[in-house]
Design a protein around this ligand. Structure first.
Ligand SMILES: NC(=O)c1ccc[n+]([C@@H]2O[C@H](COP(=O)([O-])OP(=O)(O)OC[C@H]3O[C@@H](n4cnc5c(N)ncnc54)[C@H](O)[C@@H]3O)[C@@H](O)[C@H]2O)c1
Length: 361
């Protein structure tokens, strides 16, 4: 996988105690990388980080990306080859009650990580994770391309739009010189997968309701999002990391990682399919939230396909099925979830190998 580039590489991973970071830590580890995770302690109970004992599988440091001294000291001592930056305040609804924390974490926090990496001469590649919500959403019926304007109605989305603008400026100001690292931004859609217990996210909300034997109340049934299994964008981040490390600045740009058009489903579709695969649960439409949330959001993924040779692999149903399977096994209490998660990673690797559209560049 990934031309074996991760074997024995040192990876500094921010956000390893979160949902996507936990999966990425395990995947990197299985690719032979030496991973050091830097993040706050997990903020959900349960969390994938604790349930799968990730602190025993990689080097783990609990630290704040706003603590510049500690961040720099930790990174410099580790001397990583690649930085994957995933730490963030990633929730739209929380950004309405915590706008300053959202901006500090996402914008200043990212700047701190970029700066720390600039002081660390071992760093050669930097994968900077933002989101599909960084685009100015005009509710148009097609996917956004990477060269379209940044924006964001709510504070989370605009904070990530700011991260994109700041990162582009950082690249032009500081990363042109010979010997500086190559940095790309990665914009993925709505991610689903086992091990997420965040508040106000559709699948975790569905799973909580199913297990509490209460109806799943959805706020925005006709909202359309680019749903994808967590391993899809992570495969994009890993491919991008490989390209940045081998061909450097050629790939130092923004890339969308989204699903195929047939995986762009409504909130109601995803909730219904979750109950079908779970074999349990009822979906009802609750009161619409007074907080603004985008109605329609899609990504154009032609650039990742043409430039990187990346393509999505799972259908929407496969993504939802794999996700519900993970939670069912977790709540059955009979499964070693670390083993099952590694099995899902291996199955995904196999699906990449058999995907005719996946063209290695
Ligand atoms: N989950 C999605 O659907 C989705 C979609 C698009 C983009 N993203 C982006 O992917 C990244 C990971 O998201 P996630 O879903 O895993 O989120 P998560 O909330 O599960 O994890 C966030 C991680 O960031 C860490 N963190 C937060 N503030 C920090 C701070 N001040 N210092 C150090 N660490 C801090 C947390 O400890 C945690 O490890 C984020 O950048 C997010 O914006 C997520």
């Amino acid at each position: 996988m990934f031309n074996n580039i991760y074997q024995n590489k040192k990876i500094f991973l921010t956000g390893h105690t979160g949902f996507k970071g936990s999966w990425l830590a395990l995947w990197l580890k299985s690719l032979g990388a030496d991973v050091l995770g830097y993040a706050l302690e997990p903020n959900t109970r349960p969390s994938m980080f604790e349930e799968l004992e990730i602190s025993k599988k990689i080097n783990s440091v609990f630290g704040n990306i706003l603590d510049r001294d500690n961040l720099e000291k930790t990174m410099l001592a580790f001397e990583p080859d690649i930085v994957f930056h995933l730490a963030a305040q990633p929730l739209v609804r929380l950004s309405y009650s915590k706008p300053i924390m959202t901006y500090e974490t996402n914008v200043i926090g990212t700047l701190n990580v970029l700066e720390a990496a600039r002081k660390c001469s071992s760093v050669r590649a930097f994968v900077n994770v933002t989101t599909d919500k960084c685009y100015e959403n005009k509710e148009i019926n097609r996917g956004y391309r990477e060269d379209e304007p940044m924006g964001g109605y709510d504070m989370y989305s605009s904070s990530k739009g700011c991260v994109e603008i700041m990162s582009s400026s950082f690249r032009r100001s500081f990363l042109q010189e010979e010997g500086s690292y190559a940095m790309a931004t990665a914009r993925a859609g709505n991610v689903i997968g086992g091990g997420d217990w965040a508040l106000d996210r559709l699948i975790p909300d569905c799973v909580r309701s199913i297990n509490n034997n209460i109806p799943i109340e959805i706020r925005n049934p006709i909202a359309v999002r680019p749903w994808q299994h967590v391993l899809e964008p992570l495969s994009g981040y890993l491919l991008l990391g490989e390209k940045l490390l081998t061909d450097g600045k050629k790939y130092a740009d923004g890339f969308n990682f989204g699903p195929n058009e047939d995986s762009v489903l409504t909130v109601a579709d995803v909730a219904q399919r979750t109950t079908q695969f779970y074999g349990k649960g009822e979906v009802i439409v609750g009161e619409k939230s007074p907080l603004h949330e985008a109605g329609l959001l899609m990504l154009n993924i032609e650039k990742a396909e043409k430039v990187l040779g990346w393509t999505p692999t799972y259908t929407a149903d496969e993504a939802i099925k794999n996700t519900t399977e993970w939670y069912k096994r977790f709540y059955n209490n009979s499964e070693d979830m670390y083993k099952f998660t590694m099995q899902q990673i291996k199955e995904y690797e196999e699906s990449i190998k058999w995907n005719k559209n996946y063209v290695r560049k």
